[in-house]
Design a protein around this ligand. Sequence first.
Ligand SMILES: Cc1cc2nc3c(=O)[nH]c(=O)nc-3n(C[C@H](O)[C@H](O)[C@H](O)COP(=O)(O)O)c2cc1C
Length: 295
Amino acid sequence: MLEKKMSCKHLEGISAVLDKNEYYQKFKAYRDKVLALGNDSLEKTIAVAVSLCLVCAVLVSFAAVALKPLQINNKELDMKRNILDVAGLLEEDTDINTAFAEKIEAKIVDLETGDYVENIDANEYDQRKAAKDPAQSIAIPKDKDIAHIRVKAKYAKVFLVKEGSSIKSIILPVNGYGLWSTMYGFLSLDADGQTVQSINFYDQAETPGLGGEVVNPNWRALWKGKKVYADTETGEPALSLIKGVVDNTKPGSQYQVDGLAGATLTSTGVTNLVRYWMSSEGFASYLKKVREVKS
Ligand SMILES: Cc1cc2nc3c(=O)[nH]c(=O)nc-3n(C[C@H](O)[C@H](O)[C@H](O)COP(=O)(O)O)c2cc1C
């Protein structure tokens, strides 16, 4: 009741101020003139259409500005969910923010040296944005650009899953062209920097049911335990998607994953992006250093 009285008082105050305003008076006079016109008058039709557009524009702008923080928050939450998922830490009832804060540590890696970069705040760094900034990115020579991405950020943002002070797994961002789209995802490896835990594509636009099967949990499960390098010393990736089903009894099958049925081009894209990011162009130097520290 008290609130109602106060808001009425406020409205009275606003209307008193408006009544003294010259432009408001002009607006009111014009409004009354337009309202007095017949419904088939051209001026009234235009005035009503323009007013409606103005009201809608104000509402849409307000919604866009007011919802922006919510959108940013949801985007961040979604990224954390993807990282927890590829780390094998996502259950139905997982509290995303708490689990991420407790179990995951973001680090920045200089792709050329394989060293951690300590003077950049990993929580603020956006690798995808950096790749689009000429000052923070490197053009990839055509003969080395097997993932067809043209540029890469100098620094990559990796995520470590820690158990006490030791690293349990390493989550690496990867991207590369499929058939229709650049696919963005994460590849998680055991602390040996060699054995695959999981792969997860969080942004891609391949055809649902064909190349879009890169998000199928059954196909993703085939990656567990596969090896990236035949020889970790050379840092030359051996992992690839093959046409058909992998015969796990055959030698070399540890470097093979089933290709996606009816989607050879997307499958080739996945092979290429994994090979690119696991090569010396990507994380090979970093993974070598992780192995050296561990041994
Ligand atoms: C509408 C349409 C969508 C397709 N989408 C994909 C796709 O997302 N990824 C892909 O590799 N192939 C896609 N293909 C199939 C390719 O054109 C090509 O035929 C296929 O990659 C060959 O794979 P296969 O040798 O396994 O049949 C699509 C084909 C059509 C007609």
